[in-house]
Design a protein around this ligand. Sequence first.
Ligand code: ATP
Length: 446
Amino acid sequence: MKVNRLKDLQTLVSLCKRRGFVFQSSEIYGGLNSCWDYGPLGSQYKLNVKMAWWKAMTRRSDIVGLDASILMHPQVWKSSGHVDGFSDPLVDCKKCRSRFREDQALKNGVVTCPNCGSTDITEARSFNLMFKTHMGPVEDEGAVVYLRPETAQGIYVNFENVATSARKKIPFGIAQIGKSFRNEITPGNFIFRTREFEQMEMQFFVKPGTDEEWFETWKETRWSYYKTLGVDMDKLRFHQHGENELAHYAKAAFDIEYEFPFGWQELEGIHNRSDFDLTQHQKFSGKKLEYFDEANKERFLPFVVETAAGCDRMALALLCDAYREEVSTLDNGKEDVRVVLGLKPVLAPYKVAVLPLSKKPQLQDLANTLREGLSEEWNVDYDDAASIGKRYRRQDEIGTPLCVTVDFDSLEDNCVTIRHRDSMNQDRIAMDQLKNYIFDQLNTAF
Ligand code: ATP
């Protein structure tokens, strides 16, 4: 048997559409560029991606959660530097008139149009990526607010509230998942770069002088996170930001990059933001944001180590990583391709599928009773259409780790067949042992 990994993004885009993971936004109107909707399977899958991250972060005693609003006081974005500095270099191709980001179009050091290959390009202008809107019924300059371009600022402005109410002592972190918006010059590659997206960000507040050590710790912690999610570690690498790549707030930055079918790209960033943000907010709000360390009777502005991941981007990387085609030759000489999403069970939209072997009422009744019982613990699919082989394949393609097949013998022996996604092995299990067996399998066998 030959195993093929995902070769091109289009294969995954088609699967996502066909099986209800991701649809183009407003498709019946021709779609809206770079906006995507998560379908029945995709919404559950994305929730699982977020929950896995949320658990890894907030089930530690030194991190708490937050859910700040998207619209914030406009001064926040002046203080943070986003009004003046959150921009990308925009250039136009003089030949074909396409617009793109200068830094993303460098070919052997020369800015080259990604559309027509011309090197006759305009001077770069700086283009602010923040979406502007108006608050309330008056559309004047005084009513301008921004859709947040990152979730982090909601954390900084709540630093004092959280530290006091949660009685947290430094070092501690605040984690948040939420939508962000960037008016990207060149969105693309499906859900990789969009103008509306979700972020999973954690800001870890530490004593100045301990920031470099914490930076290393978080680099390691985030690297091993991908191991626990079963990612092929050969497809991950660190990329250190050089002097001219560093964001305005950063003292040091590393990206974790993934090798997507369209090349190595950033998946998440780990940044040492120093005390830049708290200093700015303290200065412009006039509120003291210093932390008082009781033990040493010291007052200081904490440094921040940030881990910033994109939820949609992570969802895409994990799908790319999980996709495989198992190619074998059948007895009649024909080629058979089994498409499998080898997702870890925590990420799979359905953990179990219940499949009655036929549509006979006795089997349907028993299968439905089983489905109800299992649904108390897991998200369970039910499918009684087409041959059992076809149904197994449908479940393989959406990553369901286990199928439970109810057949005529089940009515006599009170057993069902469990079929495993990865090995395709089958076990016969007593129905009263089913839940324990599934618990065990989902926790240990993948
Ligand atoms: P890039 O260089 O790719 O534009 P960035 O360095 O500006 O990204 P950060 O500001 O560090 O990104 O954002 C943290 C994470 O948020 C990124 O690693 C990425 O996963 C995600 N992210 C950022 N911009 C987008 C976007 N336009 N669409 C989807 N995810 C995004």
